[in-house]
Design a protein around this ligand. Sequence first.
Ligand code: GDP
Ligand code: ZN
Length: 310
Amino acid sequence: MREGLIIKLIGGRYTVFDLEKKNTRICSASGKLRFIRLDKNSSFLPASNNPLSSKREAQNIKLSPKVGDYCLYEEETIKEIKPRKNKLLRPDIANVDQTILVFSCMEPDFNYSLLDLFLVTLEKETIDAVIVISKIDLLTSWEYEALKNNMVYYQNMGYRIFYISALRKENLDNFFACFTDKISVLAGQSGVGKSTILNVFIPGLSLETQAISKALGRGKHTTRATELYLFNGGMIADTPGFGKIDLKGIRKANLKDLFKEFNEHQHLCRFRECQHVNEPGCEIKRLVENGSILKSRYDNYLKFFDEISK
Ligand code: GDP
Ligand code: ZN
């Protein structure tokens, strides 16, 4: 049996990328592709690999392989799917290693609140985030320096940040390097330049950009099946992710844990269960006052906290 990655799915036909030979082949799924349901979050493991399964608990369910699944195949048949590390719904894809968060510095303006919302969501899903700031050709050198200064805080939190212009093909080399050996999905609000970036990465893809949709007098086409494309030794999905993001599924009491720079200080709060809102002796509030925690981060924390309360 050979190891492959499913990169495309249309009408029950899977395109499998052979991880060793680096070529593709069209396969169908074996009728015996049955797996054990492990937990309520429905992650699937092959029965034979699952030490926890007992006959009584074992619930045979048929698994449908997804784009992003690593598989074992033989001839033209997928025999086994490897355990999934995660799965996204939009786009419908498994084993995402990183989300590339695209924010334009202008048109639309850089949005710190949306950035924090994305970061909280990805912390919850435990998917790595890379921050890309696009359209830097629109900034004066002074504005560019100011923006970079503002972003130092996020850099210190451990996020990688790239400043690019897809239009002028500026600063793309370093950015390219972050795709190697990973499955990546782009995300970001409409108009930030995701389609433009994908068109640069994947020659021949010709995704409609906003400029083109406007010229044609229609909204962008989005109803395509997701496909993974080989890019710089990694795979990138041609469909942007997280079309709409919200705080659904995040409990108020857990929100503070998703602001990861709060974690290392909260043991110094007077109360063990401090929510960093109105409590006296709150270390987080003290750090906001002395400037060690970015005020906009804390304000967004309060804003999200309020939204979840409603
Ligand atoms: P999407 O909605 O995120 O896919 O954004 P698009 O790729 O459709 O881009 C939105 C608009 O921004 C289009 O008019 C693009 O031509 C423009 N755009 C994209 N990248 C750049 C860039 O690097 N610089 C400038 N000035 N405009 C860009
Ligand atoms: Zn506190």
